[in-house]
Ligand binder design. Structure first.
Ligand code: ACM
Ligand code: ZN
Length: 529
């Protein structure tokens, strides 16, 4: 008899488990939450009349959620908020992981407990996806969630093409809905200097404008459009964007390119070059030999003065100094560079770049910040404290992680979202090249090649939006979505990805994109890759 009862209980348990799993499968949230336990029956209905019940530390995420919901419901007023009552209750508890949250849904309402305000914010992002895609019907149950990576980044090149304040805010809105928490803002390059620096007004007066832009592909430069092109952010606008991001728990990491990718700066301030050569803001894509002189002390003075203003504008601990693709042709011929190599006992031009990078890192450290740079910073001998952004494949990142440097993985073959999304390229327009379909991003393992404690140095993963061939926000969004959803699961739900359910969940995500009014590429949904 006892045996029979046990068997019955087991069968009931199995049936219940199967049912719970079936219901859990119906919860389509991206990135996939770490733990989902849904009850088989029932849901709590959220409408524009639902109250948000807040304690003091949670007003900011509540207000942002209420504004998103107002747009969703198309209502005249924000949802009501107060300290007491029933509805969506939010609060923090230090027992929950810092960026994590727990969400309980019952007939009493929705309770979200975040490990921090950011945790509440991410819980509300999960809730928002459910409300928007399930007509406000939030299934009873329990979710516990936290991210895998502390650094969940997306990059934005605003130099090759410029995107104004409202575009950047929209970009941030899309990122945070995917639980991304770092925006790597590529503010300076050969084709335009985009950030006001009070000490050197020429940088934006002259360096933010190019005479014209290449038409067609950079591998075959034949034709230019004859139309001046430019734009930049005032410091006031930068502060506005930094504040907008911070309210959404996103840190903006500014990138000031040095010593290469600096032709726009050289146009504005010719004394930055080895021979004070007069150059244009570049009108072509690629890698130019016109780089900053690493021999003259005036270059270091310039970089430090620029960084002082950047530090004042951006609270981010990490400051990106570029460091990539710096041809050494000019340095080989330059008396100042050669004198510096001799005076510092350096072994040639690569070591001179290492000297510049190490000196800038010391400067940033002295001002309470940390340096991050593209993986070329390894070539000149990297310090133990720099964070390395591995883009020329994963080798640089693996090498750096083994040495104990922190690493953000962003290998070009998987993370360059300016690459084509389909093999045939049909209907995609002109892009730089490459081929990164959704599936390729989704199956990426950022820890590949590393074992045990080495993996702890991989602090995050990032995708990059280079804008040579991306001229408007619609194209930005089409290049970003839906691949960002795949990247979000890599970053947040690294070990909870599910190749079997992702396609079905993405159909729901597509509904979410449509409800939000975001443009996305159709290829993945059409089965094209
Ligand atoms: C890079 O793509 N030059 C970092
Ligand atoms: Zn020089």
């Amino acid at each position: 008899m006892r045996h029979l009862l046990n068997t019955i209980s087991l069968v009931v348990l199995l049936l219940c488990t199967a049912q719970i799993e079936a219901v859990a499968e119906r919860l389509h949230v991206i990135p996939q939450p770490a733990y989902v336990d849904l009850e088989a029956e029932g849901h709590y209905l959220v409408t524009e009349k639902t109250r948000i019940v807040v304690n003091d530390e949670a007003w900011n995420p509540a207000e942002i959620f209420a504004a998103d919901m107002q747009k969703h419901f198309g209502s005249k007023r924000l949802m009501k908020m107060g300290k007491y009552g029933k509805g969506i209750k939010i609060r923090t508890d230090s027992c929950v992981p810092a960026e994590g949250y727990e969400m309980t849904v019952s007939e009493e309402g929705v309770l979200i407990i975040g490990g921090s305000e950011a945790g509440i914010f991410y819980g509300l992002q999960t809730l928002r996806q459910i409300i928007v895609t399930c007509n406000g019907e939030v299934p009873y149950g329990f979710i516990a969630d936290e991210p895998n990576f502390e650094y969940r980044g997306v990059h934005f090149d605003v130099s090759r093409h410029f995107f104004g304040v409202e575009d950047v805010k929209r970009y941030i809105d899309i990122l945070v809905a995917h639980k991304v928490n770092r925006l790597h803002w590529h503010l300076t390059d050969d084709q335009g200097w985009r950030i006001e620096i009070k000490r050197y007004p020429e940088l934006t007066d002259k360096g933010s404008m190019r005479k014209e832009t290449l038409v067609g592909h950079g591998l075959n430069p034949e034709k230019w459009d004859g139309t001046p092109y430019g734009g930049y952010y005032t410091q006031e606008q930068v502060r506005e964007i930094v504040d907008y991001a911070a309210k959404r728990y996103m840190t903006i990491i500014p990138e000031i390119e040095m010593p290469g990718h600096a032709q726009a700066a050289l146009h504005a301030l010719p004394w930055l070059g080895c021979e004070e050569q007069i150059v244009d803001v570049w009108t072509t894509w690629g890698v130019t030999p016109e780089v900053m002189c690493a021999g003259k002390e005036t270059t270091y003075e310039f970089l430090e003065n620029v960084l002082l203003e950047v530090i004042d504008l951006f609270p981010s601990e990490l400051i990106h100094i570029g460091g990539d693709e710096c041809p050494k042709d000019r340095w080989k011929e330059c008396e100042h560079c050669q004198a510096k190599i001799k005076a510092e006992g350096l072994e040639g031009e690569e070591a001179l770049q290492g000297y510049l990078v190490a000196r800038i890192e010391r400067f940033l450290n002295d001002h309470g910040r940390k340096m991050i740079g593209w993986d070329e910073i390894l070539d000149g001998g990297v310090t133990p404290t720099a964070t390395v952004m591995s883009w020329r494949g994963i080798g640089g990142g693996i090498y750096a992680a083994r040495r104990g440097n922190d690493v953000v993985m962003t290998p070009m073959s998987l993370c360059y979202f300016n690459f084509y999304q389909t093999e045939s390229r049909e209907g995609e327009g002109l892009h730089i090249g490459g081929h990164i379909p959704f599936e390729k991003v989704y199956s990426w393992d950022p820890y590949e090649g590393l074992e045990g404690t080495e993996r702890e140095h991989i602090i995050g993963a990032q995708c990059n939006m280079w804008s040579e061939y991306i001229k408007d926000m619609k194209t930005v969004e089409v290049m970003l979505l839906p691949r960002l959803a795949a990247m979000a699961e890599v970053q947040w739900a690294t070990n909870n990805r599910n190749e079997e359910t992702i396609r079905e969940r993405m159909e729901t995500m597509r509904k979410f994109y449509e409800a939000c009014g975001w443009n996305y590429a159709p290829y993945y949904f059409e089965g094209r890759k």
